[in-house]
Design a binder for this molecule. Structure first.
Ligand code: SF4
Ligand code: SF4
Length: 386
């Protein structure tokens, strides 16, 4: 797989068609990735029901532009994703999410369909190091090619969400929390993500970094204009470069740490060839990191830390999710998305059992009211990042 990442500047979604054409020209043209008669899944990021200007989801203008270009090759693109873990993967919730996130509009503008098939297929991946079997959504199973249309965002659990993490959306709805329950340390979770990315092997990844998300992403951070579109055939290479632009220390990105342990390339910026811009010109040095950003107090983030030290000092060394009752509308999305049943209704508001909570932050990700805050201990704040 090539280690090249292509970047063009794009300061406004209004200019996306021209900028996408420039990006595809750099990459050898859309005909390199889509061919007549093929079904191509546009795997967008539809984490939750959110307006495009909140930067939670892939912008519909980009999705429409990619769809138009793919369609010109004679291929049949289709928009698909299984939203975050708190949502049932059914036509009713998809319709709401498509509408709010602008996907119905994108499909209409490009003259393509959105996916309504909510079945899943079991698949095997013998090369998987940690996970060799997955259930994946049927459109991805049936497609000849997948385009990974991800969003540049911070992530309270994995540091950032970009190309590799976006692929987790091929796992159907409420199956997702099961992975958090089974792989409840972040390094193992990252290993599963790398296996899944290996199975899906998107032909093309395009990252929407026109307006990214900083702070406590991926569901409750703040929009931040970065003004870029990134493309690659290698999702890992794209994440290496995106992490540099976001000024995220690579040792705090479990996907890159795990990739390096597996000797996957590239896991470091020195191994990536960047085409189109000078990295120094596009870095965002003050990009706000998530407050959970793996403060490990100088300790090696290996299995010993994750299995012994962190659990022992859980409340002191980790950031706790807590429901802000005045915001909670008792919709129950967080309860459905919690992998360990740590949330229940108390007096008609969600309430978290701290002892059961494994700090996966799925509830924070999916809450439509941003009613789940993150709180750290005085010790955590005092010692600060390692
Ligand atoms: S905290 Fe309240 S509003 Fe947010 S997902 Fe849970 S039940 Fe819904
Ligand atoms: S309550 Fe804890 S375990 Fe449950 S979703 Fe939230 S962070 Fe994850």
């Amino acid at each position: 797989m090539e280690n090249k990442v292509y970047i063009v500047t794009c300061n406004d979604y209004a200019e996306i068609q021209a900028k996408l054409t420039s990006l595809m020209d750099l990459m050898g043209g859309m005909q390199r990735f889509a061919h007549s008669g093929e079904k191509i899944v546009l795997k967008v990021n539809l984490l939750r029901e959110a307006r495009p200007d909140t930067a939670v989801t892939t912008h519909p203008t980009l999705v429409a532009a990619v769809a138009r270009m793919a369609k010109e090759t004679g291929a049949t693109p289709i928009i698909a994703d299984s939203p975050g873990g708190g949502y049932r993967y059914n036509a009713k919730s998809l319709d709401k999410i498509y509408r709010t996130c602008g996907m119905h509009r994108a499909a209409r503008e490009a003259g393509i369909e959105v996916n309504w098939d909510t079945t899943a297929r079991p698949v095997s991946y013998a090369e998987g190091q940690l996970t060799k079997h997955f259930d994946i959504i049927t459109p991805v199973y049936e497609a000849q090619g997948v385009f990974n249309l991800c969003k540049m965002k911070t992530h309270v659990f994995t540091g950032m969400t970009g190309a590799v993490k976006n692929i987790f959306g091929v796992i159907p709805g409420l199956t997702k929390p099961g992975y958090h329950a089974k792989l409840n340390d972040v390094q193992r979770f990252a290993g599963m993500l790398l296996d899944l990315a290996g199975y899906v092997s998107p032909r093309l990844t395009i990252m929407d970094a026109v307006v990214a998300m900083e702070g406590d992403g991926p569901g409750a951070g703040e929009p931040r204009t970065v003004g870029l579109l990134l493309g690659s055939t290698n999702p890992l290479a794209l994440d290496v470069v995106a992490g540099e632009i976001m000024n995220l220390d690579r040792t705090r990105n479990p996907i890159l740490v795990e990739a390096e342990q597996r000797a996957l390339t590239p896991s470091r910026i020195e191994d990536v060839e960047i085409i189109g811009v000078d990295l120094a010109d596009v870095r965002v040095p003050d990009f706000k990191q998530p407050q959970t950003s793996a403060r490990r107090f100088g300790l090696d983030p290996g299995p010993l830390y994750q299995r012994m030290i962190e659990p022992m000092f859980k409340n002191a060394f980790t950031v706790r999710p807590k429901v802000m009752w005045h915001r909670c509308i008792a919709c129950g999305t967080c309860i459905k998305g919690c992998p360990v049943e740590a949330i229940s209704f108390v007096k008609e508001r969600a309430s978290i059992d701290d002892d059961k909570c494994i700090r996966c932050y799925c509830c924070h990700e999916v809450c439509p009211e941003e009613a789940i805050g993150l709180y750290s201990s005085w010790l955590y704040r005092l010692i600060g990042p390692a």
